[in-house]
Design a protein around this ligand. Structure first.
Ligand SMILES: [Cu+2]
Length: 419
């Protein structure tokens, strides 16, 4: 903090003017905001590998998930109707409502895109203990300190837009596994953070009028910068230097290529086999023999793409004729897509399947008939395909299926190609 302001307060003389208080608050950001942390230089500069970015995203999830709890506890003890009203949208900004899926969901799209298992991220089991301690300290601070201090602790948002802008640019440029869908969280915060920060700043300038109150709000903002900084210290220590990952915390797959990098327990043996096949074709032959595939069965590949020959969010190809016993591998080329069977759009007795987002999955189709496949996040955007396995016995039923948004047209066209 700027020494001049500390001295002004420590001498217990007259309180600062609102303008000076703002200068003092901003000085805390200039000196202590976590955009200055070396871990962020590595992150934004493209110097981290995928496992390290995964570690960052799943730890940061704990923080995102706690924000609505701390904001709700602030509202819960607030007598000021105006403040409650203003603060309420912070909860829905994160939790979402009927119109907007919310910031936490957008964060999970980021972790999906990084190939992390959603349940694993949400469980917070792989997070560093320091992350959880820091986050809970923040929630408790907001719950127990004065309302003025609680509001002041949110003022790190004054400094957030510049870090988000740098993060979007840096991550898109430097990491092949990051795309626009994945950085949606930060784009949204570019609008939300300045509005929130301005309100909180005005509130603090109006209500922190005594020397004690001003000292308290400066300390509250300092505390908050420490909450953020400590989380990056922990990440740096565990995942960069010296790289001491504590027991129980997330362990990235050892220097894995892009689609081999998964949260623990998400890559099944089948998928590993596919990865082996991609890396060394001759190994694929061995692997094929090991899994004792039916004679002459063919493995078809369908790419899951954010941009393909027919437009955005597509399976490529989106219509496929195969024989019973053939396998289709849905290859996660761009992150954030999954392949799963559309319920009731399959012949009777067919086995359902559902891949996770950003997961390459294979499915062997043994029952003849027509199958519909969708990407769950982009179903309404038309990310569907049709597969005819041998005789298309249920074609009429498949054609009668209703699909949301663009999916109807894509599916109609795909089905028309099958006969
Ligand atoms: Cu998709």
């Amino acid at each position: 903090m700027n020494k001049h302001f500390i001295l002004a307060l420590d001498t217990g003389s007259a309180p600062m003017s609102p303008a000076d208080l703002e200068t003092a608050l901003r000085a805390i950001g200039t000196e202590r905001y976590h955009d200055l942390h070396p871990f962020h230089d590595l992150l934004h500069g493209g110097h981290l590998d995928k496992g390290q970015v995964q570690a960052w995203a799943l730890n940061r999830y704990c923080y995102q998930a706690a924000i609505p709890r701390k904001d709700a506890s602030l509202i819960g003890r607030c007598e000021d109707r105006e403040l409650r009203r203003e603060w309420l949208h912070r909860v829905t900004d994160h939790d979402g409502n009927c119109e907007d899926p919310g910031g936490i969901e957008r964060w999970l799209i980021l972790t999906d895109g990084l190939g992390l298992d959603r349940d694993y991220v949400v469980s917070q089991q792989g997070a560093l203990s320091t992350t959880r301690f820091a986050v809970e300290a923040y929630v408790r601070f907001v719950r127990e300190k004065s309302l003025l201090e609680a509001v002041a602790s949110s003022l790190t948002e004054l400094f957030a837009p510049s870090i988000h802008r740098r993060r979007i640019a840096g991550m898109l440029k430097n990491y092949s596994f990051i795309d626009e869908t994945v950085v949606a969280y930060f784009r949204r915060r570019l609008d939300q953070a300045p509005r929130d920060a301005q309100f909180a700043l005005d509130y603090v300038k109006r209500h922190a009028v005594t020397v004690e109150q001003q000292r308290a709000v400066l300390a509250a903002l300092t505390f908050k910068t420490e909450v953020l900084w400590a989380q990056l210290d922990a990440l740096h220590y565990a995942y960069v230097t010296p790289g001491n990952i504590p027991p129980g915390a997330f362990r990235p797959a050892p220097s894995a290529p892009f689609d081999a990098c998964q949260a623990p327990g998400t890559a099944g043996p089948k998928e590993r086999m596919i990865m082996i096949r991609k890396q060394a074709p001759w190994l694929g032959i061995v692997a094929g023999l090991l899994v004792a595939a039916p004679a002459q069965a063919t493995d078809f590949q369908v790419k899951m793409l954010s941009k393909g020959e027919k437009g955005m969010m597509v399976f490529q190809p989106d219509a496929l004729k195969i024989a019973p016993g053939d396998t289709v591998t849905f290859v996660s080329v761009d992150p954030g897509h999954n392949a799963e069977l559309i319920r009731n759009m399959a012949p009777e007795g067919a086995e359902p399947f559902a891949g996770k987002p950003s997961e390459t999955v294979s499915h062997t189709f043994s029952v003849p008939g027509v199958y519909g496949v969708k990407c769950r996040p982009h179903y309404a955007m038309g990310m569907v395909m049709a597969i005819a396995v041998g005789e298309p016995i249920n074609l009429d039923a498949a054609k009668a299926m209703k699909h949301p948004g663009k999916a109807q047209k894509v599916m109609d066209t795909a089905l028309a190609e099958l006969h």
